[in-house]
Ligand binder design. Structure first.
Ligand SMILES: O=C(O)CCC(=O)C(=O)O
Ligand SMILES: [Fe+2]
Length: 312
């Protein structure tokens, strides 16, 4: 029996503080693809059509639990968890000054995380899907999303467009994430509406306009920044794109979802005191060009070294 689908949906779900329309035309649930695991042709067909593959129960829960423990131990050591609670529960410290969102440092020299995101299971999955040898970006985006926080709507392409467009994001939760803890959501089939957001998809968040003196000056001081969001108002997007936000009834340890670079996505807000832990990592054919910002032992990322001037 699938008890997850029987769970009532909370009366209100927020994204960046704005209430989502939970009507059937604006909100719904992802379709799983575990049934097609051994059928790369079918997986590729679904990926093209739907823009994602949702794989609940793919990983052995134990390796995810070990990775979770590594994260909560480190959060605890940094004083970011509630001091009176068991660290594994990941309850946030009550002090708002200790609220977390993006915590890639938690993955530094972290074997338990590497076991998951660079392990044989996920590499096997992508090699099967791509039909050849695969590489991952070395950089790992780790989210420890605290109470009240959530991620704005965006496409990943604007952060990682200096290599192949045949690049896939893999989002993995390290802990069960019911709707009120604020997991990932995708704007259904938005990858098929990419031409509507062409100007946005042309953005490279690390490329400044060198012909605009103000931008060039900021870049020189290492202060040029582009957040890369498509919108701060996820609540408005179903109507604009005439489609629905899709999420899981409950993300579970062992699940992952993979999706393409032009899929619009974001997260629900975390309405609890539990930190939402997840990673997003990237996979591509080893034979194709990789974005130089995210590979190597110390990826340059969005630092000054990653900035480029361009004529706008
Ligand atoms: O986990 C989140 O809040 C955002 C994740 C994301 O943007 C991604 O997986 O690319
Ligand atoms: Fe993203």
């Amino acid at each position: 029996m699938n008890t997850l689908t029987d769970r009532p949906i909370p009366a209100r779900l927020l994204a960046r503080g704005h209430e989502l329309d939970l009507g059937a035309g604006s909100f719904g649930f992802l379709s799983p693809s575990m049934d097609a695991l051994g059928d790369p042709e079918e997986l590729n067909r679904r990926l093209q059509e739907e823009g994602y593959l949702y794989m609940p129960g793919f990983f052995d829960e134990e390796i995810i639990r070990d990775a979770r423990r590594s994260l909560t131990d480190r959060l605890s050591a940094q004083g970011l968890l509630h001091p009176d609670r068991n660290p594994i529960d990941g309850i946030a410290h009550a002090d708002p000054a200790r609220r977390t969102t993006f915590k890639p440092d938690l993955t530094d020299n972290n074997e338990a995380i590497d076991r998951v995101v660079f392990g044989p299971e996920i590499f096997g999955f992508y090699e099967n899907l791509f039909g050849e040898k695969v590489r991952a970006f070395d950089f790992k985006w780790l989210r420890a999303v605290g109470p009240g926080m959530g991620t704005q709507a965006h496409c990943d392409w604007v952060y990682m467009s200096r290599g192949t467009p045949n690049l896939l994001t893999c989002w993995i939760p390290y802990g069960d994430v019911p709707l009120e803890v604020g997991g990932l959501m995708l704007l259904e089939r938005s990858h098929l509406q990419a031409d509507r957001i062409k100007n946005y998809l042309d953005v490279d968040v690390d490329a400044y306009c060198e012909n605009r003196p103000k931008d060039a000056a900021l870049a020189q001081e290492g202060k040029w920044k582009h957040p890369g969001w498509l919108s701060e108002r996820s609540d408005t997007l179903p109507r604009k794109f005439n489609t629905r936000w899709l999420t899981a009834h409950e993300w579970r340890m062992g699940d992952f979802i993979t999706f393409n670079m032009t899929m619009i996505h974001g997260s629900l807000d975390n309405a609890t005191d539990r930190i939402r832990l997840s990673s997003d990592t990237r996979y591509q054919r080893a034979s194709e060009l990789a974005d130089e910002r995210w590979i190597g032992p110390k990826p340059i990322g969005h630092s000054t070294a990653g900035k480029r001037g361009r004529i706008c």
